[in-house]
Every structure is written in structure tokens, then in C-alpha cells.
Design a protein around this ligand. Structure first.
Ligand code: PLP
Ligand code: TYF
Length: 396
């Protein structure tokens, strides 16, 4: 009966990686998928990760299953990264965290928890957003609606339009917010805008779901949690899907977390029993290694300091590439002002390149970027930036 199955379309981002691999041109450049590359074009294992792994290898005594919610020490550490080391929210027990297989796994837990318990039927996501959001939420049975976010004319956030479309959110609807480094636009709300949104949300009764996949890539570990912490101050209830794929370079270890914040510890404890049933029915309990690595790093002051240094180095290198990209495009006499690239946060730049221009970059120059014009700045190096800028200047 499998002959009845109709082929699924390729994933717009992972499909691009497959096409890149198949391309035999030696000068090819992959700026599609959001993976950090260092100056030599490699995606290295962080030094702090290697050290933590050595310790784990020596100290590990069993491969026994973790509990359904995963590593408890890890849960504590995730909450500290989210809300701050001494947050009253943590001390009160209002937050409960389950380890999850990546940020994607955490998003799926969030969606199923909400649907199964009849808490919400609709989720609002930004236009545009990470392509997988729609699939994850629809698969879990949510109706997906979009709110306005990006303004192609100003290459910035259309905050008035965002607020206007979010004024249609019904009390109890989920609203997905990118904690920082919005994917794909790289444009985040300002502090003032976060405050305004948090007030709008509290007044209208949204259930905020933060997708937090790039902590440390915009301004710093603490700084990047600002939006979430502003929301946490004025909400009894919210959800967070954390990913440590990028900021610990642990992509293939699948390390993330789902965090639920409630009005009281008692409510959180009961709600969390339902989170555990969602996990139990999906994958029973999480894989151990990635979360053990994160726990070993964050709980050791020396390793933590080294991690902060390594995240800073990634962030600074990406910022340098943004500066260089803008300068080198200007050098080539490109009329358009690309200065907005400097204002964007994180791995991605929403370049404003059209579908046709993206297609020409691929066919004529072997440069792979996502059809939306999203460039993974984290893949630009001093070695590939000149041919990249030459090609962009030609297609413009
Ligand atoms: N959310 C956003 C906005 C992302 O960009 C990504 C990964 O690119 C994820 C979630 C998923 O992260 P993970 O690889 O940990 O599942
Ligand atoms: O580049 C992006 O936006 C992501 C990267 O399992 C990615 O799609 C790739 C694989 C995956 C999750 C995220």
C-alpha cells in the first residue's frame, strides 16, 4: 500500500543543504542552514564542551534511563539561564522544566500539552518565522495564525502593524515570540517594545510561548533574556522552548528544554504531570548526553566562564562579518544601502534579495541562500566574503 503515498516537498532549508552537497563546483558557498562556522569554515566542538565530555566519560557510572522529565540538575540550570541565577520565580517553584530533544522537541511538547489539556486551539506566529513552526504546531493540532512583523520597505519591525494584528488574539490563544535573534529576519523588539507587548499580552490574556534558540548571539547571555524576563514579570503563566543547539554548538546531541511557568508551585506541579504524559507518549524519556554536557559546563565556574568567552567569540565574529558585508557591498558600488544588516541580531540576515536573485546566486555562482533571501551570516568568512559580494553586486 505504500505506493499510495505521495512524495512530500523537500524542507526549504534542509533541502537546500542536500542540493549544496550535490553541487560539484569547488567554489560553492553554503549560507543556507543556520549553523555557526568559524573563520576556517568549520563548525567546531566548543573547548568547554570537549572538557565537559572528558569529565563525563571518566565519571559516568550508568546508562540507566533518565526520568521522563530528564536531568533534574539540568532543569535548574535551564531556569537560571532563562530567568537569572537568583530569580524569585525559581525560588517560588512556579517554574517546572523538562529536558527535551532540541528546541524542536520542546516546541512540540508545548503544543501537545496545550492541545491535550484543552488550554488553547490557536497559535499566533510572526510573519515570517522559522519554517518548521507551522509544521510542528499543525502536527500537534493547533490552528496557526500569523501576526505582522517584518516591514520590507523599512527592513525593520513594523511594530504598529504587529500590535494591530495581535489585537485580534483571543484570551488564552498561544502567541509565539522569538526570545532573541528572530529567525529569519534578525530583527528583535527594543526594550520599550518588549514592555509594551508584555502589557498588551497581560491585558488581553495571551498565553506567551517563547522560542529561545539563540541566547547569547544578540548581546549576551543575560541581555538576551530581557524580553522573556519582562514578560515573566507581568505574567502568571507562560511557556518557554529552549534550544542549546547553537549556543553550545551541540546541534546533533538534541538538547533543549520545555519550561512551564504557573501562578503557584501547586498549579505547576499538577500541570507538569500532564507534561510528563505528553513526553511519555512521544519518546518516553530524553537522551542524556547533551543535557549532561550543558549541566557540567554551567555548574562549573571555570567552564562557565570559558563558555561565555566562546559564545562571545561567535557573536563578535558574526558582527564583524556583518560590518564587512556592508562595507564590501558599498565598495562594489552597490546603490542599495545595506546598512540595515548591521542592526540585525544573530546568525541571520534578511537581505531583501528577491527569489530570482537568490536563484541566480545559486545557478551562476554556486552560492546557496534560502529563497526568502535569508543569509546565514554565520557561514560567511574572510575567505568567501569577496566572491560573495562580487556575486551579490552582479545579481543586484
Ligand atoms: N527555533 C528556532 C527559531 C530555530 O531557529 C531553531 C533552529 O534552527 C529551532 C527552534 C530548533 O532548534 P533545535 O535544533 O534545537 O531543535
Ligand atoms: O537554518 C535554520 O533555520 C534551521 C536549522 O533539525 C535547523 O532550520 C536544521 C536542522 C534542524 C533544526 C534546525
Amino acid at each position: 500500500m505504500f505506493e499510495k503515498v505521495v512524495a512530500a516537498p523537500a524542507d526549504p532549508i534542509l533541502g537546500l543543504t542536500e542540493a549544496f552537497r550535490a553541487d560539484t563546483r569547488s567554489h560553492k558557498i553554503n549560507l543556507g542552514v543556520g549553523i555557526y562556522k568559524d573563520e576556517s569554515g568549520a563548525t567546531p566542538i566548543l573547548h568547554c564542551v570537549k572538557k565537559a565530555e572528558q569529565r563525563l566519560l571518566e565519571g559516568e557510572k550508568t546508562k540507566n534511563y533518565l526520568g521522563i522529565e530528564g536531568n533534574l540538575e539540568y532543569a535548574r540550570i535551564v531556569q537560571q539561564l532563562l530567568f537569572g541565577q537568583d530569580a524569585a520565580l525559581i525560588a517560588s517553584g512556579r517554574a517546572k522544566t523538562a529536558q527535551a530533544p532540541g528546541g524542536t522537541g520542546a516546541l512540540r511538547i508545548a503544543a501537545e500539552f496545550v492541545v491535550r489539556n484543552g488550554l488553547a486551539k490557536t497559535i499566533w506566529i510572526s510573519d515570517p518565522t522559522w519554517a518548521n513552526h507551522v509544521s510542528v504546531f499543525q502536527s500537534a493540532g493547533l490552528t496557526v495564525k500569523q501576526y505582522k512583523y517584518y516591514d520590507a520597505a523599512t527592513k525593520g519591525l513594523d511594530f504598529a502593524a504587529m500590535q494591530a494584528s495581535l489585537s485580534e488574539v483571543q484570551a488564552g490563544d498561544l502567541v509565539l515570540l522569538h526570545g532573541c535573534c528572530h529567525n529569519p529576519t534578525g530583527i528583535d523588539p527594543t526594550t520599550e517594545q518588549w514592555r509594551t507587548l508584555a502589557k498588551q499580552s497581560a491585558a488581553a490574556g495571551w498565553l506567551p510561548l517563547f522560542d529561545f534558540a539563540y541566547q547569547g548571539f544578540a548581546r549576551g547571555i543575560e541581555e538576551d533574556a530581557e524580553g522573556l524576563r519582562i514578560f515573566a514579570e507581568c505574567h502568571d503563566e507562560l511557556l518557554v522552548a529552549s534550544s542549546f543547539s547553537k549556543n553550545f554548538g551541540l546541534y546533533n546531541e538534541r538538547v533543549g528544554a520545555f519550561t512551564l511557568v504557573s501562578a503557584s508551585k501547586a498549579i505547576a506541579d499538577v500541570a507538569f504531570t500532564q507534561v510528563k504524559t505528553v513526553i511519555r507518549a512521544n519518546y518516553s524519556n530524553p537522551p542524556s548526553h547533551g543535557a549532561a554536557v550543558v549541566t557540567a559546563i554551567v555548574s562549573d565556574p571555570a567552564l562557565y566562564a570559558e563558555w561565555v568567552e566562546e559564545v562571545t567569540a561567535m557573536r563578535v565574529r558574526i558582527r564583524e562579518m556583518r560590518e564587512l558585508l556592508v562595507a564590501k557591498l558599498a565598495e562594489r558600488g552597490v546603490n542599495q544601502d545595506f546598512g540595515f544588516i548591521r542592526e540585525q541580531n544573530g546568525m541571520f540576515s534578511f537581505s531583501g534579495l528577491s527569489k530570482d536573485q537568490v536563484e541566480r546566486l545559486k545557478s551562476e555562482f554556486a552560492i546557496y541562500i534560502v529563497g526568502s533571501g535569508r543569509i546565514s551570516v554565520a557561514g560567511i568568512t574572510r575567505a568567501n566574503i569577496d566572491p560573495l559580494c562580487d556575486a551579490i553586486a552582479k545579481v543586484l
